[in-house]
Write a protein that binds this ligand. Structure first.
Ligand code: SAH
Length: 409
């Protein structure tokens, strides 16, 4: 065993000796051999009795061990793999998960964390070989999202591993997360330490108040960091419209980049208030910023001003495969409105964070919006998620954020 500390599950495994075995149908081992972490229920030949969330051994039909994963009997994805080796060890140990988190932290240390930025995603689920686990860090405070029963079962090991790596304030955030076909069992809570709310975090020198307890998702949309920076570089002397502004991420960068004026629009009054607070936190003179609590579609429909730069960063319109057609219509309408609101020689940053809409489909939607408006639109950059949201090459589904930077004649 790797760890001196042995939890209940580990004792159970020691007594039983093995993890329950899931045997795959002939030929269905191929995707696992290619390190794709999802095993679909249709691929399973035989299952030993196992409970929801148990760690299971995955074998091919010839009894070869392919790896280990979390069992989810009620889901179409019946196993989410976290280990692609035949090595038999204690997968419930703190050590095992600590090594994975340390690995993830090394990537962030190399490419993201520096004296100007202490806001980053530490664990990006399958992107870091830890399906079901999301961990965002704000000035040392970790916000943990556990998306499956399997990773809920190892919550104490993850907490201990994070603490061993120097994270002393860890918050489990459950609100807004629904496990597939099952009730949420745990509630949001401080697992270790407690930070005063809101946390003040730094991103590219700029400061943000982040309320991890009450804010949306883990408190902030870290995935837009590089695009906010791009905006800062491009906006000097320009008028900027930041739709779906949330707490003003893009707006703060636009002011830093000396935009002529900035308008932030979000449907949430609370987000708009936080947006104003974030601007006040960074700048003493911000008279050329206006924050409006309104539906962005309504705002854009009646908007008779045109802007040099328009940002369209809506929430995911397609939450599942069934909602894709409606979502496509939503994205098209939004992009048409955005293109109409853009000055000649202007720029549009347009995004979709729907996992079910891939970059090709998104580009087609934007093409169709441009064609209907009848303006000449050129793509000048393809935008994607940053280094702390890595895409596991064996799991292209971990790529969710896509965007286009458009030049509108
Ligand atoms: N760009 C932001 C993140 C946007 S998240 C950033 O960089 O931080 C999406 C935001 O859209 C949320 O704040 C949510 O309140 C807002 N929203 C959702 N539907 C909306 C609508 N119809 N009109 C305006 N805002 C909306």
């Amino acid at each position: 065993m790797c760890s001196e500390k042995i939890g209940n599950q580990s004792i159970k495994r020691l007594l039983v000796g093995i993890y329950p075995i899931i045997t795959l149908k002939r030929g269905r081992e191929r995707s696992v051999l290619h390190k794709h972490p999802w095993v679909f229920s249709g691929a399973v030949y035989q299952c030993e009795p196992a409970a929801d969330g148990d760690i299971v051994t995955v074998k091919d039909i010839n009894d070869n061990v392919l790896g280990y994963g979390f069992y989810a009997p009620h889901s179409q994805i019946i196993v989410k793999m976290f280990e692609f080796s035949a090595v038999y060890t204690d997968y419930y140990s703190v050590d095992y998960w600590q090594k994975k988190i340390y690995n993830a932290l090394q990537l962030r240390n190399t490419y993201v964390i520096n004296d100007q930025t202490n806001t980053y995603r530490l664990i990006h689920a399958e992107g870091d070989g830890m399906p079901g686990v999301i961990a965002d860090v704000y000035a040392g405070t970790v916000v943990l999202n556990l998306l499956t029963k399997g990773v809920e079962n190892i919550c104490s090991q993850l907490t201990e591993a994070l603490a061993n790596l120097g994270f002393n304030n860890i918050y489990l955030k459950v609100k807004g997360i629904s496990h597939e076909k099952e009730k949420i069992v745990s509630e949001s809570a401080w697992l270790k330490g407690k930070s005063e709310m809101p946390v003040m975090a730094k991103e590219n020198v700029l400061k943000f108040w982040i309320d991890i307890e009450k804010g949306q998702k883990t408190g902030f949309f870290i995935d837009q960091r590089e695009h906010r920076r791009m905006l800062q570089m491009l906006c000097k002397g320009k008028t900027v419209l930041n739709t779906f502004s949330y707490t003003g991420g893009f707006s703060v960068y636009a002011i830093q980049g000396e935009a002529a004026s900035v308008v932030s629009v979000d449907i949430s009054k609370d987000a708009i208030q936080k947006c104003e607070e974030n601007i006040a936190l960074n700048f003493t003179n911000h008279s050329h910023h206006i924050a409006i609590a309104e539906d962005c579609f309504e705002y854009l429909k009646k908007c008779d001003t045109k802007y040099d730069i328009v940002i369209l960063d809506p929430p995911a319109f397609a939450k599942n495969a069934r909602s894709v057609p409606n979502a496509c219509r939503g994205y098209k309408e939004l992009n048409m409105l955005g293109i109409k609101a853009c000055n000649a020689k202007g720029l549009i940053f347009t995004f979709s964070c729907s996992q079910n809409i891939d970059k090709r489909l998104f580009q087609q939607i934007v093409f169709s919006a441009a064609a209907d408006v009848g303006r000449h639109v050129r793509i000048i950059a393809h935008l994607c998620q940053p280094a702390d949201h890595p895409v596991n090459i064996y799991h292209p589904e971990s790529e969710y954020l896509k965007g286009l930077l458009l030049y509108v004649d």
